[in-house]
Design a protein around this ligand. Sequence first.
Ligand SMILES: Cc1cc2nc3c(=O)[nH]c(=O)nc-3n(C[C@H](O)[C@H](O)[C@H](O)COP(=O)(O)OP(=O)(O)OC[C@H]3O[C@@H](n4cnc5c(N)ncnc54)[C@H](O)[C@@H]3O)c2cc1C
Length: 433
Amino acid sequence: MSKYKTDRHGWSELLPARSMNNSLNGDHRTLWLVVGAGLTGLFAAQRLAALNPNENVVLVEAREVGQGASGRNSGFAVQHSHFPGAFDEGLINEYQRVNRINQTGLSLLRAAVATHAIQCSWHDDGFHHAAADNMALRECEHFHDYLQRLDITHTALDRDALAERLGSSVYSRGFHVHDGVLLHPAALVRGLAANLSSNITLFESSPVLKITYGKQITAKFPSGSIVADKVILATNYETPALGFLNRQIMGSTLSGSFTRELTTQEIDSLGCKRQWGVLSLHSGGATVRLTEEGRICLRNTAEYRGARLLSDQQLQARQTIHRKSFDRRFPQLRHVPFEYSWSGVEGISRNGTNFFGQLRNNVFMAGGYNGSGVSRGVAFGSALAEYAAGGQSELITDCLISKPATWLPPRPLLDMGAAYTVRSRFKGVGQDR
Ligand SMILES: Cc1cc2nc3c(=O)[nH]c(=O)nc-3n(C[C@H](O)[C@H](O)[C@H](O)COP(=O)(O)OP(=O)(O)OC[C@H]3O[C@@H](n4cnc5c(N)ncnc54)[C@H](O)[C@@H]3O)c2cc1C
């Protein structure tokens, strides 16, 4: 059980307490088992339930819903991904494929949030991509080129225009990309879990400890078991513990901080928009938001910690890095304390690919979205359910085309290589961090 640790420092803790679903007890039998109730698992289960209205789908979650990456991310649901580097004519199909997946995921998410009236601070006004220092400024040129060539609706912004919107003069150039949604990640997954179809049974705090694959699949839990005909693993970077992708997926630990709720006067100092988000044009740059409830949320660390969350002490130390970045961006708010810091683990591959497909007979998996898994997790989860049920669609084809992952070296080389890979995203970050 201790393998599936969590802490009390996620976005969930900004929400009222909720009562958890039961954990699994006793022995069960099901046609479909979905492991992992993040966005991938929730959408896979929901789609399976719709396709098999007379069958019960069992969804199991090791922790509490909202404590995985899906409830701990920065809440940017992207429609148009950023592909670093100069625009490459030869990659147009790839850019379009990924953006089609994002777009489908975002539409499915929009529909689910509207249908169930999920209160997750849904803010449908796109977000900003901005640059402060030299390397990101060079990337600005590439990004602008990409936006123009793919006809992506945007507004180009100079330093003054960005300062007027964000209350920070740290950024020299940037863009407001009009498509894309900001949301409260934990409120979203909680809301989705509370509105599952009646033929889905969700067990929380129910880690699969061991799984045996054969004609039937048997999953063992601390207090019971499930025998299933077909399994979807929506377990992100924890999939290796269930026997797959051992040398293909790993976890990178990110951290950020929230201020207390700002006063009206403090919010007024942040420009004309009441909610906004900024993604950096440098891969190691800070992700910053002014949230609906009036907090600034800033994330700017990433490290290899063997896919573990940070301890309280480590979080305290990372807060210094968050603080430096915050004070540089918002000198007018230097007096505002951080109320709260959090960490989360994202699933990454060495070559930035995603995972989708059949791992062996009747075992399917999707995940590992490299820090861009909100819209994509929704799309991959839905598509995987359809694929596992024998369906065909443009979305399935798009997901299947994801290129194979580059192999990760075995330990202890993995630890050194992973630490290096994660660290290298900060090269040349300068003022963007
Ligand atoms: C700090 C941070 C910021 C991010 N910001 C963004 C962002 O702004 N925009 C964006 O698009 N993406 C972002 N991401 C990435 C995004 O959160 C993920 O790609 C996405 O949530 C992955 O969804 P998932 O359902 O595949 O995996 P997860 O959300 O990780 O869900 C997997 C679930 O499986 C469960 N599980 C694992 N093993 C077992 C087991 N043996 N038994 C039962 N359950 C198990 C876990 O507890 C977990 O809840 C960020 C990630 C982090 C960590």
